[in-house]
Design a protein around this ligand. Sequence first.
Ligand code: PLP
Length: 423
Amino acid sequence: MPGPATYFDPARSGELDPRTRDLVERRQRVLGPAYRLFYEHPLELVRGQGTSVWDSDGVEYLDAYNNVPSVGHSHPRVVAAMAAQAATLNTHTRYLHEPTIRYAEDLLGTLPAQVGTVMFTCTGSEANDLALRIAKHATGATGVIVTSNAYHGVTTEIAAISPSLGGAESVADAVRLVPVGPSASTSLERGVREAIASLAAAGIRPAALIVDTIFASDGVLPDVAGFAGAVEAVRAAGGLFIADEVQPGFGRLGTGLWGFDRYGVVPDLVTVGKPMGNGQPIAAVLARPELLEDFGRSVRYFNTFGGSSVSIAAAQATLDVVRDEGLIANAAGVGGRLLASLVELAGRHEVVGEPRGVGLFIGVPLVDSATTLTVVNALRERRVLLSASGPGNDVLKIRPPLCFSDGDAARLVGALDAALAGV
Ligand SMILES: Cc1ncc(COP(=O)(O)O)c(C=O)c1O
């Protein structure tokens, strides 16, 4: 989730060129006030290929932000697989469809053996909603523990465990927030133990601890202290651990496909989405089978578009491309060199803090949100796209397609250097 610092202010539409102004005003009229646009000067994108996107004037931009087209915008293998399936049959999971079973087997083969069942949804929000429902059913408990600036999605249930949307007051009564940060002194385990005690004092047992394993909305935190201890603590209190892999999953961190692996834990439930179909809406809950035994008996699950034939074709092609093009190794190599260049750049600019990240998920803290806003907009003018994150909206979020090259990284660092020089 981008912070408000990087959004367009509709009160300033008078400053835009006539076409952009017309689109902004028509959009505002029909889509209403809840939507946001990136940038002081909103972008009208019309085409994408690899790590590039083009605007309506034919100007090319480097995409250093979008994790959904994870194997590259308009990847020909994914497009061809989707087109072929759409031209053949596109139906749902109430009919037998061998490619769906094959994909489920393939995907589950990438997870620890204990996680043996997959249920398809269309969005990460739906996946988290279903995972939480399963956790509450399996434990008979209602308490939920999340990080203090967590974002897990948009359904009523999930917005109520997403304090980044509306602050601490916006979460449900049975939800407890735990602080996380880049410093080793902020222990997730300590926070979770305190949250369990606070729930107990209110007569509530924990159903689940759910965390985004790269802590994107908490400011991109690659090495959170006390992670495994936090999982142990929630289990000891009868709760489950849900790994939200919607942001880090499918190889972005360059250390295998999944973020939880870096902490040596095996989740009870895993949720995936965003990059899963390279843009086609497909997401999923992956679960330990025993958690679904009673749930499956008492609940009839059907999701009209979740796991439809075209979505499965897109997901299979995406997973094949991640493997065949060595994109996990690319994320590790290019991401590692990019981080090193950003550390060097940080040494030359006073407003830049210590860059942090793993693979192709990097956060660069700046001195404040106003500076971050200026830099994000200045980069857009230099044809490089990224955004901001963190509780204070003061961390540049770098999260490009996984086919990002060393040349792309050099272009990003050069543009950032120049943008910072102008601050
Ligand atoms: C960590 C995390 N979980 C879940 C979601 C929700 O996914 P979706 O937008 O597909 O509903 C997001 C979306 O930004 C996310 O960042």
